[in-house]
Design a protein around this ligand. Sequence first.
Ligand code: ATP
Ligand code: MG
Length: 183
Amino acid sequence: MRFSRLRLTGFKSFVDPTDLVISEGLTGVVGPNGCGKSNLLEALRWVMGETRAKAMRGSGMEDVIFAGASSRPARNFAEVCLTMDNSDRLAPAGFNDSDQLEIVRRITRDVGSAYKTNGKDVRARDVQMLFADASTGAHSPALVRQGQISELINAKPKNRRRILEEAAGISGLYQRRHEAELK
Ligand code: ATP
Ligand code: MG
C-alpha cells in the first residue's frame, strides 16, 4: 500500500483545488519560503486523523480552513483527500476489498470534521486505526517535524518506546488496549 495522490481544497494556503500525484519512489517538494511545503505535510497528517491543533500550527482545528487573503474571502470548509494504491492488497482488514483506497476528511466551520473511506461515512477512530494498523498515521515517526530530532534525543525512555512500537507494527494494538482499559 502506498500514497498515490493528495487533493486539497480550502486547506490552509491551498484555497483552490490542488491535485498532487505521488509517483513511486522519492518525491521532493521545493519552493520559496512560505509557499506551502509544510502545509502539504500537515495535510497528509490531518487526513490520517490528527486531532492536535497544535501539531497543525493552529490554536483550534478550524485554523486549517483558508482564512482569507487581501483579494480572497475566507472559506467555510477545508477538505483533503488521500488516495492509496492498494494493488498489493496489503491494506488492513476491512479496507482491503479494492485496488484503491480513498480517505477524505472535511472540516466545516461550527460543525467539525467528517471522514469517508471509499465514499462511506466512517468515524475518526476508524481512520486512525486504519493507519495505525498499517504502521503509519498522524503520529508516525516517518513524519518528521522541524525540531523533532532534538526533542527525541532529549525524550524520556517511555516516549521513545512509542517509536519502537510503531516500528514493530503494534501501535494499533496499543491503542485498542488503552481503549479497553478505559471501559
Ligand atoms: P518554509 O520554507 O519557510 O518552511 P513553507 O513552504 O513550509 O515555508 P508553509 O509553512 O507550509 O510554507 O506555509 C505558510 C503559508 O501558509 C503562510 O503564508 C501562511 O499565511 C499560509 N497559511 C497557513 N494557514 C493558513 C490559513 N488557514 N489560511 C490561509 N493561509 C494560511
Ligand atoms: Mg516549512
